[in-house]
Every structure is written in C-alpha cells, then in structure tokens.
Design a protein. Sequence first.
Length: 572
Amino acid sequence: MATPGTSIRINALARRLVNDQLLTEQQALEAQQAAAENQQSLVSWLVNEERIDATAVATAAAQEYGVPLFDLDAMDREQMPVKLVDDKLIQKHRVLPLFQRGKRLFLAVSDPTEHDALDEIKFHTGLTTSAVLVQEDKLSTALEQALEDQDAAMSEMLNADLEELDLDVVDEEQQDDEGANLGVDDAPVVRYVNKVLLDAINGGASDIHFEPYEKQFRVRFRQDGILHEIANPPVSLASRLIARLKVMARMNIAERRIPQDGRIKLALSRNRAIDFRVNTCPTLYGEKVVLRILDSSAAQVGVDALGFEEAQKKAFLSAINKPYGMILVTGPTGSGKTVTLYTALNLLNKPEVNISTAEDPVEIQVPGINQVNVNPKTGLTFAEALRAFLRQDPDIVMVGEIRDLETAEIAVKAAQTGHLVLSTLHTNDAPQTLTRLANMGIPAFNIASSVNLILAQRLARRLCEHCKAPDELAREELIKEGIPQAEIDREWNVFKPVGCDLCTRGYKGRVGIFEVMPISEEMERLIMEGANAIRLREQAQAEGIEDLRTSGLRKVKAGITSLEELNRVTKD
C-alpha cells in the first residue's frame, strides 16, 4: 500500500481513471503498486480484483491512448494465427494473435502500454507487431480457449496408451532460459519427439522429415528408399516440436532465418547409441527439419548381406585384399555406397593396418579407423586431408568423394605409390567412371595403372517373404523387359508385392544390385587408347561382366525383388 513516503508516479491510464472518477488518486497508486508486486498489468489487476468493470477500463484506455476498441467476440477464433506465437509467450504476456497482414502481426492486448510484449514477440517471429485494444475479460476468455485448444491438440496427437518414453540424449547441454520459455522441455512434446525417433529406428527408416505447411504439419519416414507419411500433428504445435528437435541437436533456437546443422546422439541402452545428423531449412511456413539416422551397425552387415552374386563377391574381395591400387564405387545418392565402403573397411580393419578416411560428413563411426570431417570453410578439403594422410604412413585411405581434378590426382598418386585407395564417384555405371576420370584431366596411363576395380550399384527393395505373390505376366512383356527367350521358356517366376502387417506395402529391407568390373589387361589397353564408354562397356560384356540390369534380373528371377522395383532403380 502506498504511504506518504512512497515515490510512485501515477501513470497516464491511472490518471485517466482518476479523472473519470472511477478511482481516487490513492486507490490508483495502490492499484499500480499491487499490480507491479503481482507482475500484472494495471488493467489485468483492476479487472481480476473486480475494482472496475472491464468495459469501463477498456473505454478509458481507448480514450487515453487514442486507439479504437476492438470487440473480440466478433473475431472468428479458428482464423486466428495462434500458431505464429508460442503458447509460452502468449501466457507470459497475455496477448493473442488476431490476424496477419503481410509482415505485420496484430496482437490483442488489454493494456496498450505493454511494449515489452510486442518487442519480444517481434524478435521471436520476425514480424512487425501492432497492438489492438480489447476488453480484459474477453481477452481472458479467448486466451483460456486458445490454450485449451493447444492442450487438446497435444492430447489427441499423443496416443492414450503411450508409455513413458525416457531416451537419454547424450551430452545434451543445459539450455538457457530462452529455451525453457519456448516450452521445448514440456513433457508431452518430449515424449512425442522421442516416440517418433524410436518408431523411425524400429521401422528401419533412414531419414525423418518434419515439414510445416500453411494448414498442416507432416512427419514422413524414408523407409527402404521411399518416403512414407507417418503422422500429421496439429500445425499449431509445429513450433514446439521443431524447437525441441533444435534443442536436442544443440542449435540456436532463436535463429529461424538460415539453415543450421547439428547432431543428436540417443543412448538406447548401455551398449547401443544411435546418431542423428540434423539439418534445418527455413521454408514459407516455418523450418523444415530432416534427421538422417546414422546407425553404425549398418556398416557391419558383412559382405554376404550386401547382395553380391558369387563371381562379383570374389572379384570384390580380391580387389580389397590387394596392397595397392584404387577401388571406385559409383552410383546416385542413397544407393548404399557408404555401406559398401565401410563393409570393405571393416574387413580390412586390423591392428597392424593404418586406415584413414576423409568424409563430408563422417556418418558411421568405427573404432580403429582415423576419420576426418572435411570442412571447406576452414580449408580442410578432400585434397588437403588426403595430403595429410600421405604424410602419416597410411596403408589404406578412403576419400568420401572424388569431386575435382586435385583430389583425383592425389588419389591416383597414392594408389600408384603403394597405398590402397577407396573412393566414390557420381556416374551411372562402371564404364562411365573411367571416361569421367579422363574428362577430369587424369592422363590415360595413370587411370590404367591405378584403378583395380569399379563397382556400380543401386539399392532395390526386397519383397516381403510373408506376402509376396506370383505376378502373371505375358511372355511378350517379359521379353520386352530384357529377359532372354530361352530363359523364359525354362519358366521364369516373377513375384509382386502385396502388403501385410510385417512389411511396408509389400517390401521389407533392401538388397544391392551391382556391376563389378575388374580392370583387365585388355581393359587397360582400351583405356590407354582413349576408348569411349560404349567401347569399354562392350569389352566388359565380352569378359562376362553383368551390367546393373542383368544383375537385377537375377534378383527378380530369384524372387528377391519385383520387376516394378527393378525398373524404378535401373531404368533411365
């Protein structure tokens, strides 16, 4: 209560209330002091304590500050862009987003002097904010309804029987007050994000996509190379879910205008942890977040699980056991090149061998192998990493990708001077890889003397063994697909996907389709003569090397995959 020694100055709104004879000056001073002590605005305190009618206070505020009074009951609450502002900020400042016009967001307030609220919401949304005066009692009702809708949406999103999930985020740092204020540690949000991550791991997904749109929020998993829509959480919860992911990945949650990269490490048990590589990208309606699941056990599948035919496996093992030379793996992004390379490295990883890798980024961490993340921004390119490796007494070097002439020249020189070099290129098949190196500027002699083997590959989905069914195709269709007539006459069994509870739309897991091309003496001669890819392919066929299509047809004949899937991954 104010005393004669109190130095509180009466503010403009309180003075208006005194002039309108709604309060005495002493009452106004006492109201200001009590509102400050309770961390409320003067308007909220007066109405909540029933000192003045809400309509009278709102009318006085409108007259004092020269702003119109808006009737909140006339607003369609379903059209309010509540999702633009986190509900923690709405609760903290008692404001309600009414509508957006371009880059300006109009907020319902009961006290026009609450400038801090407008500034903080402007900072978090990146939008210019303007206050719209409303009655305190109507604002309270609207806020309560909006927050109830948020809670109901969260409850609906979470399954009623969802057990308490408690994944450990390894090395998750203590978040600052800003993170806490955004509600990223809310138990329902944490549980839902944990559930999505666990479902993705258990479902064998390679990527998780969180995608905000104007009227929906979509979660998709990439399973066996194909994206599938998994869930549609309420769009009003998008900011909370994305903020939680950014906190887990140790990103700046206040930065929404530029892409960010981070990592999450989840401890599933004492002996198993899963890494996620996380990237955010600003879109029209918020940040899209994609998580790549990096499971180290994927690189320990063993050579037999890759899908080689017997002759291909023999050629592959022969090449990786040579003391020097270059092995190149080629194929599009997502074709399994990394797993193939790490399968080879695991076979070669022994205490007496020095293995170093340069990758962008390191996806699979393996004890006993010296792994380097390249970082072009700091000057650590593939070429620089490779130069450093060669000064550290290496036996085996793996370069994530040969992208330029400089890297190619160093890799070739390493292969010619007693080192085994493994790397990747982006070409469609094995013969094209040789011409790509020549087009980069590598002399034909160096290509012929350094490359031991080229492996082109694709990943095809495996048919589910529990539900696949025979696919009755006409003889003409089989011939059109490239199956020799003689083989069709000896009965060709083609299967198609059906779908059951144990698979995803008729497929479960993936298998590699390979073209394994060792560089023979005749192939070396053609390279020296500058032969093009067509001539090199003819020589490979003459040597009995199966191309990707022929190798894939073997998988179809064995009932491992379908013709439809083979066409998806091998037809240009």
